[in-house]
Write a protein that binds this ligand. Structure first.
Ligand SMILES: Nc1ncnc2c1ncn2[C@@H]1O[C@H](COP(=O)(O)OP(=O)(O)O)[C@@H](O)[C@H]1O
Ligand SMILES: [Mg+2]
Length: 382
């Protein structure tokens, strides 16, 4: 292994709470090269506690404080393992960019706020690597939504390309690329996999609808689909972002309860999976078509890129478009978000902005994140 690169670590744990994605990337080349990747599942009891904290409940400060440190330890372990897997030492890493775990995202509250946990003090101390974290709140401080942040990375990575990047994680977000950063459009379209996961978990104890098997055997319930797609979030113009606060298990059950009892009872597990898959695909496609008159390329990344049923329905709602995996344009679909946070950490330490005001709605572009330095940071300024 050649050790002469410029190595950065990216850590991401999204709203799906499925696992921590980690990458080591070498940014000395164009495009950056992925040196090692790792996904470490979040143990079920820890996942349970994260999900509990995503909803209002009692004794939140105590639970938040403990989970913040525990997740910091978990992230540190993952970072150290991926560095080792790359055949590198902590001293060779410029910094870790850690997104953290979102436990609350309220960009439209009377006092907007967002909260990601996984103590970066612990990550820096345990790994011996300077850590950059808390990327979203600086954007909120200049009037932005704090999300989505990945479109800035998509724009940087795909500067010369025209097309749309669709990231289907727990939530889904789109980036409509442009050659100038001021013209990039990006926003959350609504639920990605979150409702599908929630349904299969409740009904079958499964973490997901693996390969879209359940949805493939069901029939879309048009009445339910119409009702769900009438949620005001979908018609709202960008900038916009969302999370588990809005689209969650409770939302899904409210939707089901609003149906006539006879209809509700006639919907099978398969049918509901098919309807939720259709909702995700349709709302992503509608969001794109509202912004763009021309057909073109649609590059899909995130866990949803592994769901053939979701891709099939997305293509059906985007006639004339080429719906393909983001690997087509050199972005490994499973690592785009983790790469984005490695890149965002790099932007921060280079003193460069990380947000796109046209995307988040911020008043200005700003340097994002907080730096948790180790000794070498002061000895080798970039
Ligand atoms: N083989 C698969 N079939 C269907 N869905 C999948 C598959 N692999 C991953 N997913 C979906 O992707 C989700 C994880 O996507 P991810 O991009 O990690 O989201 P997040 O950023 O929210 O963590 C899983 O919860 C699951 O819904
Ligand atoms: Mg994930």
């Amino acid at each position: 292994m050649d050790h002469s690169g410029e190595y950065w670590v990216g850590l991401m744990s999204g709203t799906s709470v499925d696992g921590v994605d980690a990458v080591v990337a070498d940014f000395s080349t164009t495009p950056p090269r992925i040196c090692a990747t790792l996904v470490v599942p979040i143990p079920a009891p820890l996942k349970q506690r994260i999900l509990q904290l995503c909803q209002p409940g009692s004794n939140e400060i105590e639970r938040l404080g403990a989970l913040d440190v525990e997740l910091g330890n978990h992230f540190a372990e993952v970072a150290m393992r991926v560095v080792e897997k790359a055949g590198l030492t902590p001293a060779e890493i410029q910094a870790i960019g850690s997104h953290g775990q979102t436990v609350r995202h309220e960009p439209t509250a009377s006092t907007p706020f967002t909260l990601q946990i996984g103590d970066p003090n612990v990550i820096a101390q345990r790994s011996g690597i300077t850590t950059v974290a808390d990327f979203r709140r600086r954007d909120l401080a200049v009037g932005g939504q704090g999300a989505p942040l990945a479109p800035a990375y998509h724009h940087w990575f795909l500067r010369q390309q025209r097309g749309v990047v669709v990231n289907i994680g727990g939530m889904a977000n789109v980036t409509l690329l442009s050659t100038t950063s001021e013209a990039v459009i990006g926003f959350d379209t609504g639920p990605g996999n979150v409702l599908i996961d929630s349904w299969l978990n409740e009904q079958k104890g499964e973490a997901m609808d693996r390969d879209g098997q359940w949805a493939a055997q069901g029939v879309v319930c048009q009445r339910l689909l119409e009702q769900m797609s009438a949620d005001p979030f979908f018609a709202q113009p960008p900038p916009k972002s969302t999370g588990r606060e809005h689209f969650n298990h409770h939302w899904l059950h409210q939707q089901l309860e609003q149906l006539e009892p006879t209809l509700r009872l006639a919907i099978s597990v398969y049918d509901c999976a098919a309807t939720l898959t259709e909702l995700t695909a349709m709302t992503i496609a509608d969001a794109i078509l509202r912004q763009s008159v021309e057909t073109g390329d649609c590059w899909v990344c995130g866990g949803g890129a592994h769901n053939p049923q979701l891709l099939l329905r997305l293509q059906a709602h985007l006639p004339g478009w080429r719906v393909e995996s983001s690997v087509t344009v050199g972005m490994e679909p499973d690592w785009v978000e983790a790469m984005a946070f490695a890149w965002l950490a790099r932007q921060t330490l280079r003193g460069e902005s990380g947000n796109l005001p046209s995307v988040t709605g911020a008043d200005q572009s700003v340097i994002l994140g907080a730096i948790f330095p180790v000794e070498s940071y002061w000895k080798q300024p970039l």
